[in-house]
Design a protein. Structure first.
Length: 318
């Protein structure tokens, strides 16, 4: 199969029929063999009813319904697990991503050898203050931190070689950083394509300013995981040694000062009255705790098991 199109969604009933028709037209014009995977992330409107009907009418359409809203990352994870196409396309369901971009994205994967191609909405129709400025700041920070030079990490329109989606773990709110996750797994040929951005036609956006705050927090997390995720002791152990070393030096200072006072015949003060005692005690305790955190991290890493982060209540078309 040429293509799997994975579409996570939340309350997009008005957009779904038009999006389905648009994708179908593009697929038929280009003679692709394809599947469309709609992942309903706990919609409370008629979205699932429409997906269920589409899957009954068209064998190309498949649907997965979550029991409640678990988040876009979990929806993508479920879609990636089911995708069988040689190339996997992700796009949003709000009609702001154009299916007409799919053929060129497909060619960049199959003919130019990219592992992943990310869309770049160079000309946007969003609010400048609410989205554009925070998005530019966010993308700048993501580039500097990750080393992946993309202009638009947040763009939902992306293309992947199938092996990429099968070998990355998308969890939490990490869908923004899939290119970084791919790079960390060795898929380094990452491209970018300027894509058309459509103004929202139906409904309202499901994302507020909080997504940028969460995005920066996730950026710190993924930076840490990319450097120390497989060897937590390298981070915690190194800092534990540093803190314990500071404590040892502080203890040595206490000892030298007491010996020096004894040598001069001066009365030595109590250890607990020396501020260096508390510096030594605190840093040694912190150093020990960091060592323990590193050991626990290594043990968890070696014994971790796969845990489902979402619950599917219904499937259709499979």
């Amino acid at each position: 199969m040429n293509l799997s199109i994975v579409i996570p969604l939340l309350n997009e009933a008005e957009s779904l029929p038009e999006l389905y028709q648009w994708i179908t037209r593009v697929m038929e014009e280009n003679k692709f063999s394809y599947e469309i995977l709609f992942i309903d992330d706990g919609s409370t409107d008629e979205s699932w009813k429409i997906i269920y009907q589409l899957s009954n009418d068209d064998s190309h359409v498949k649907g997965i319904r979550f029991q409640r809203n678990f988040g876009k990352s979990q929806a993508l994870h479920a879609g990636f697990a089911q995708a069988i196409g040689d190339v996997v396309i992700t796009m949003d369901a709000d009609l702001q991503d154009s299916p007409d971009e799919i053929p060129e994205l497909y060619q960049m994967i199959t003919q130019e050898g990219y592992h992943l191609v990310s869309g770049w909405k160079k000309k946007r129709y969003d609010s400048v203050i609410a989205k554009n400025i925070p998005s530019k700041l966010f993308n700048w920070a993501a580039r500097k931190t990750s080393g992946v030079h993309l202009n638009d990490f947040n763009c939902g329109l992306k293309a992947y070689a199938n092996e990429v989606v099968k070998n990355i773990e998308v969890s939490g709110e990490m869908h923004r950083y899939i290119p970084v996750l791919a790079k960390n797994e060795g898929y380094t040929k990452i491209g970018e394509k300027v894509v058309q951005h459509q103004a929202r036609k139906y409904g309202t956006t499901k994302f507020g300013m909080s997504r940028f705050i969460n995005g920066f927090l996730d950026l710190i997390t993924i930076w840490f995981l990319s450097k120390f995720g497989k060897r937590p002791m390298h981070f915690f152990g190194a800092n534990g040694v540093l803190m314990f070393g500071i404590g040892f030096v502080a203890a040595a200072i206490i000892g030298v000062r007491k010996l020096y006072k004894l040598y001069l015949g001066e009365p030595a003060i109590l250890v607990t009255q020396d501020p260096w005692f508390y510096i030594s005690l605190t840093t040694m305790i912190i150093g020990t705790q960091l060592f323990l955190a590193g050991f626990l991290g290594e043990m968890i890493l070696k014994n971790k098991t796969s845990v489902n982060r979402y619950k599917i209540t219904q499937k259709s078309g499979f």
